[in-house]
Design a protein around this ligand. Sequence first.
Ligand SMILES: Nc1nc2c(c(=O)[nH]1)N[C@H]1C(S)=C(S)[C@@H](COP(=O)(O)OP(=O)(O)OC[C@H]3O[C@@H](n4cnc5c(=O)[nH]c(N)nc54)[C@H](O)[C@@H]3O)O[C@H]1N2
Ligand SMILES: Nc1nc2c(c(=O)[nH]1)N[C@H]1C(S)=C(S)[C@@H](COP(=O)(O)OP(=O)(O)OC[C@H]3O[C@@H](n4cnc5c(=O)[nH]c(N)nc54)[C@H](O)[C@@H]3O)O[C@H]1N2
Ligand SMILES: [Mo]
Length: 760
Amino acid sequence: MRDRATYTPYEQPTGGWGSVTSLLKNAISQKAVHSTPALLKDHNKTGGYMCTSCAWAKPGKPHAAEFCENGAKATFWDLTTKRTTTEFFARHTVTDLLGWTDHDLENEGRLTQPMRHDPATDKYVAVSWGEAFADIGAKLKTYDPKSVIFYASGRASLETSYMYQLLARLYGNNNLPDSSNMCHETTSVALPQSIGTPVGTVLLEDFKKTDCILSFGQNVGTNAPRLLHSLQEVRERDAPIVVFNPLRERGWEAFVNPQRPSQMLSNSPTQIATQYYQVRSGGDIAVMMGMAKALFAFDDEAKRSGRRRILDAAFISEHTHGFEAFEDRVRETGWDEIVIESGLPRAALEAAARTYADATSVIAIYGMGLTQHKLGVDTVQMLVNLLLMRGQIGKPGAGICPVRGHSNVQGQRTVGIAEKTSLVPLDRLAQQFGFEPPREDGLNTVEACEAIIEGSINAFVGLGGNFVRAIPEQALMEPAWRGLDLSVQIATKLNRSHLVTGRTTYLLPTLVRSEIDQQATGPQIVTMEDSTTCIHASRGKHRPASDHLLSEPAIVAGIAKATLAPNPKVPWDAWVGDYALVRDAIEASFPKDFRDFNLRLDEPGGFARPIAARQRKWETDSGKANFRLPKALSASFDDGTDPDVLRLVTLRSNDQFNTTIYGHADRLRGIHHSRMIVMMNRDDRIRLGIAEGGTARITTAVDDGIERSMTGFQVIDYDIPQGTVAAYYPECNPLIPLWQFAEQSKTPAAKSVPVRIGVG
Ligand SMILES: Nc1nc2c(c(=O)[nH]1)N[C@H]1C(S)=C(S)[C@@H](COP(=O)(O)OP(=O)(O)OC[C@H]3O[C@@H](n4cnc5c(=O)[nH]c(N)nc54)[C@H](O)[C@@H]3O)O[C@H]1N2
Ligand SMILES: Nc1nc2c(c(=O)[nH]1)N[C@H]1C(S)=C(S)[C@@H](COP(=O)(O)OP(=O)(O)OC[C@H]3O[C@@H](n4cnc5c(=O)[nH]c(N)nc54)[C@H](O)[C@@H]3O)O[C@H]1N2
Ligand SMILES: [Mo]
């Protein structure tokens, strides 16, 4: 029988003793070779390795312990002494393993040898690297290059990622979808149209100068906990932090810094949010519209009474385009519709706007709560509008701050892992490597899924990740996946994507970042880019989990050499022998971003890529920062007219990294023992006839001929707005229609899936 969840609201702060206890539990459960003192020494420090968990910035002057509970968990799970050995695979058929949970699969520990699926016995069997590469190369040579996908999850280094994109382009396609397609692609589409850059404008030092933070749809305590250090400092200067989130996420409420003995001993938390508003899912455009409306009203009043203006009129006239149309739209939008769509009273939005209006330097932080909606692009652009009204981009202490996901997801895009050719310097690559790169755009994640369902894809190569589990529409995708001729999975741990096999499937195990990467010229350095565009070097410190592992660059080179005709300008072997040569090639392709790359590896805090918008240079179509009008007030697919259709938010617990499930303790939300839960407003539960503590069936409320329904969700009466419900990712992914993605960016709309809920 399935374990029942327990729920007791968590009254403790984020961080504090709770995080220390959780960290130790994971160190023990993973029998990690790593110890806490070793973590203290090397983690996120110059000369050490960069955390594989989130992409948050690393300070130039690190704390004694520059890690958080969840970064430590990720490292313990990487450096576990558990092994998924060839004997393990001899004991279990793949069909048997398909019945295992995500947690149980990865909890077997690190993969140790290259393996190939044997369809006759339905088991994985060991294979030599030479044999694997030769067979993969032979097969890839027979396909139409357009029928092969090269996916990347966001962990691999800049060096590996650069080699990987080159492999795809030399092979003949731009089919380079990335986990970013499911994540901040919305940002990468929205920000260039608004301010001419695909990334945020804020640096870590801006947190020292800001006097107000606005936060939308990001769960700091779980997904970027080191950011809490900066937030704590901001609060100690008494600057306000205004939060919009349907859930009262503990990280935004209270924090005890485990690095401060006095705070630990007294357990007196720092209050983080000074105003907290539980917006309805998909209601942020309306929130921002209301705040903009209030700002215009305050500004009108200031003009009338001769006081200092609220809007930055000089900035608007010198630096922006489209203000008049924006002003018209805001003024003509009525408060009634704003209140209905946001789920918040007018007074709340006016109070939030007042706080914003009173500040001089403001940072806006956001995450998946904005990007994973039908109108995600419009929502992000509306947030930029709000900042532009007061000139809050391109000055110290201010700016837009998307909090990115995987530790190098942003960097992968920077060095060319992109399906959109306009983002890649193809002419330069052509010249550098003497070939004609394919010129038409490749497939993004959703398009790759559509093509697989359609049957037009022969092979999938995955550089990390758990594609089949992370994408929507699992019930259609898994059977379609079995039609692939070849699936190649470069991985550290066993996951579901390895078990849904193609005709031939390879499992190629690799090093983790904290392990020593020994090559011909000695131990290698790799690099990555954080959320704030700073590039860091990382040096592994630990003995690899098995003698049979290859580094990611070696695996990419192995596939490339077996597949492509030799090209003297692409020295795969020399690159694998010395990653500094790959960095030279990166610098030659991207000279502005990577000037003197090899000389700047150890700049404290990393070296920042130049971002024009930081200097108020706008690389947009108008040459200015653009005010952009949202298409509608609701960001959701659900039109809000049927009271029985609820908006389902799918999100992360405090005990997982995406599809890697560390355990069943969502401590910061007080939910333990089971992930098959749905958080619901009590009034919704009663209205829908579900008993307290009862179980529910969730059915997707779209009429497209496909039945998507799951049962057995234990209902938890939760502090969440009526009409919004929340449950865990990836368990709920079968409920998300593949075609419900953000317009323009095609990021799956995982944050407001229209659903009906009943007993079941
Ligand atoms: N420990 C750990 N760290 C991680 C990850 C992990 O799984 N575990 N994942 C990494 C990755 S790849 C990513 S992309 C990031 C993800 O980090 P987040 O961006 O924090 O993503 P989610 O956990 O999906 O949570 C999104 C938040 O948005 C809120 N929300 C949902 N809908 C709405 C809405 O309509 N409006 C508003 N205002 N809020 C909403 C939810 O309540 C939740 O608090 O974290 C990265 N870091
Ligand atoms: N419903 C719903 N769906 C979502 C989301 C959501 O919020 N809701 N979020 C989306 C987001 S933001 C993202 S980023 C995607 C995540 O999608 P992915 O990035 O594809 O998934 P992960 O779970 O991060 O991948 C975990 C696997 O990566 C492998 N791995 C770990 N470290 C390494 C390494 O160093 N090298 C290699 N080669 N392999 C490694 C391990 O084998 C592990 O099993 O999911 C998306 N899906
Ligand atoms: Mo992500």
